[in-house]
Design a protein. Structure first.
Length: 247
């Protein structure tokens, strides 16, 4: 028989967010600034966000989110002031995202934007300066739009389940057809930005255009569409990495 007892990987949903650690590496390369503690901090705040969400959504008895929050505090002294502010912003954003008294997760548009902004914060956290963000703002915008597309896709797949529990996401509020249009609009904008940055980031540009084109062709979102989006996103993220390594 299989062991059905949950592990720490299950409690902190590591499998759901581990690929986002790639954003830390990409942001570090873009800023030419590598701090190993940025990775520890991001792992901590992601584990916190996901376990907090489970605590409220699944009405758990044990507050496992306290553990990664404690680890986050331990790592704080090793961060730059900029990274501390970004990480605190992330924590606040995803706390009110799950907290029932505010529950941004159940509010249309805000539910989508919270995720788009939050995961983009992971990308900019290692940059150590607002000047670097402004310098590479088209690339930051590209990441934001791709995160928006990913969240819309997530909402479309979970539409029936969210509607059943009265979680009014953007997709529940406006319908799957509208969300699919918004999803494809994000992909179209990704292609436009990719063309604009092609002179400086040729591999990122080409890979983003190919990635967007693949999903622009879909007519209907299926359960495995989200998985394909994630897997291809990781693959093309490696291409991003190769491009930034050449800087």
């Amino acid at each position: 028989m299989k062991n059905t007892n949950p592990t720490l990987i299950d409690y902190f949903r590591i499998k759901d967010w581990f690929h986002y650690m790639g954003y830390v590496l990409l942001g570090s390369l873009l800023a030419n600034s590598f701090n190993i503690f940025n990775f520890f901090v991001v792992a901590s705040i992601l584990a916190y966000a996901y376990s907090l969400n489970d605590y409220y959504d699944k009405k758990l008895n044990k507050k496992y989110f306290v553990i990664p929050f404690f680890l986050y505090i331990v790592f704080l002294p090793f961060l730059s002031i900029f990274s501390i502010l970004i990480s605190i912003s992330f924590l606040i954003l995803f706390t009110i995202y799950s907290w029932p008294k505010v529950w941004l997760e159940g509010k249309p548009i805000l539910s989508t934007l919270t995720n788009s902004i939050g995961f983009t914060l992971i990308f900019v956290l290692p940059m150590n300066s607002i000047k670097i963000i402004f310098k590479y703002y088209p690339l930051v915008l590209l990441i934001f739009i791709l995160n928006t597309a990913a969240q819309l896709l997530h909402e479309i797949v979970d539409y029936k389940e969210d509607k059943k529990i009265n979680k009014i996401t953007t997709t529940v509020r406006f319908g799957t057809k509208t969300s699919l249009v918004l999803f494809k609009l994000c992909l179209f904008l990704t292609m436009v930005i990719s063309i604009l940055i092609s002179q400086n980031f040729i591999l990122i540009s080409i890979s983003s255009i190919i990635f967007s084109f693949i999903f622009l062709l879909i007519k209907k979102v299926r359960k495995d569409t989200r998985k394909k989006f994630k897997i291809l996103g990781i693959f093309f993220g490696i291409v991003y990495l190769l491009d930034l390594l050449e800087m």
